[in-house]
Write a protein that binds this ligand. Structure first.
Ligand code: SF4
Ligand code: SF4
Length: 376
């Protein structure tokens, strides 16, 4: 099957609904409707490989969700990137991320032994080495290595322990989930990661996987073949534990908090309510909503390999728009539930000069505060 048939490009109406919803098309050269036309008219992906903006796409999938013909324009981008990777026509920063993952199992190319650096004093059993557990907690690359994020898994471990959940991790055997790798076009490396992680999941003896990141959650639940496994994002489990009374709060968080929906949790999996239920359960916290929330949420631009690509286009970035909108509505904190959203929104707070006024917090950090975990 050729590229055009595989992506059903003959069915494209050129209606432009995909471009209308694209969060980067207003300021970056990416125009997904024109790109679809270019490939269709040219009869092969080759004609579109020089189109500007191929690395600007965040793979948020709004285009795919809005297409009236059921096409997947975001997958066309991934397919075109795969052609570029095949031909070695890839930006240096992307090559570095792919090589780092190939050699060390993470896009930053950090040493595998340091993958458990996040733990500090946290006691987490390593599955298959130290026995079995009900849940496998998959930490993810960014929370494992990024100093700003390393407290996030520490907090989640403490919460799980308090709630009496039996869990463990893969320790240094954990490798990148591959969600971003596939979206950077490296399908071969993605297959290797999928195989390796699946082998380790099977060897661990668990039947349930919990993730910090919506990106890991997305690929495990839709792109791995994990029949018989339950896969949850942490917000889903926590919302249930709160409802069941397994998690209780001892302190108030008297703040106006606006929640930013991550694309790979909200739009792509319709997990809109569990994060909000957690925030609403925190005593004293007042939950605000962005005008563009839930299905219409504005993408932060951190996904689809954009963490490793050069900045896209001119003008205000979406993360800056998000921070300014939150400030204008009187929010005191932006909360989110994704490591990439957290980092990109924090960047937006810095570049808009609103770093002090508008702190960005993982939902878990607010839960920790309300549970009185001052030392995590
Ligand atoms: S929304 Fe679908 S049919 Fe319309 S231009 Fe985009 S890909 Fe084509
Ligand atoms: S996936 Fe998102 S960023 Fe990429 S083309 Fe589609 S709407 Fe635009």
């Amino acid at each position: 099957m050729d590229f055009l048939e595989k992506h059903e490009l003959y069915a494209c109406l050129q209606c432009g609904k995909c471009t209308g919803g694209c969060p980067v098309s207003l300021r970056a050269p990416l125009n997904i409707r024109s790109l679809m036309r270019e490939v269709l008219m040219g009869g092969s992906p080759e004609v579109a490989l020089d189109c500007p903006g191929l690395w600007d796409c965040t793979t948020c999938a709004i285009c795919t969700l809005r297409c009236p013909r059921g096409l997947k324009p975001s997958e066309v981008i991934v397919g075109l990137r795969a052609e570029l990777v095949e031909g070695g026509r890839v930006p240096k920063t992307i090559i570095d991320a792919l090589e780092g993952t190939f050699k060390h199992g993470n896009p930053w190319g950090r040493a595998r032994q340091k993958r458990i650096e996040w733990k500090g004093d946290t006691a987490v059993k390593t599955l298959s080495d130290e026995g079995e557990a009900e849940w496998l907690y998959f930490i993810g690359c960014a929370p494992s290595y990024d100093p700003r994020l390393q407290r996030i898994p520490r907090i989640l471990c403490r919460i799980l322990e308090t709630a009496g959940i039996d869990f463990g991790s893969l320790g240094t055997k954990e490798s990148c989930c591959g969600n971003e790798i596939r979206r950077m076009g490296e399908t071969g490396l993605f297959e290797e990661l999928r195989e390796e992680n699946t082998k380790n999941f099977n060897a661990s003896g668990v039947k349930a996987i919990l993730t910090t990141s919506p990106h890991c959650f997305n690929t495990f639940s839709t792109e791995y073949d994990l029949d018989g496994f339950k896969v949850l994002h942490y917000t889903q489990l926590l919302a249930d534990l709160i409802k069941e009374g397994e998690i209780t709060f001892s302190k108030e968080v008297n703040k106006k908090v606006v929640y930013h929906d991550p694309c790979f949790l909200g739009k792509q999996h319709e997990i809109f309510d569990p994060p909000r239920e957690i925030l609403k359960a925190i005593p004293g916290l007042e939950l605000l909503e962005f005008d563009r929330c839930r299905e219409r949420s504005l993408c932060c631009e951190g996904g689809g390999g954009r963490m490793w690509a050069e900045g896209a286009g001119e003008g205000e970035r979406n993360s800056e728009v998000r921070v300014k909108d939150a400030h204008a509505m009187g929010a005191e904190i932006i909360a989110t539930a994704c490591p990439f959203c957290l980092l990109t929104l924090e960047d937006g707070a810095k570049t808009t000069g609103l770093e002090e006024e508008m702190p960005i917090r993982e939902i878990l950090e607010l839960v920790a505060e309300a549970m009185g975990f001052d030392d995590v």
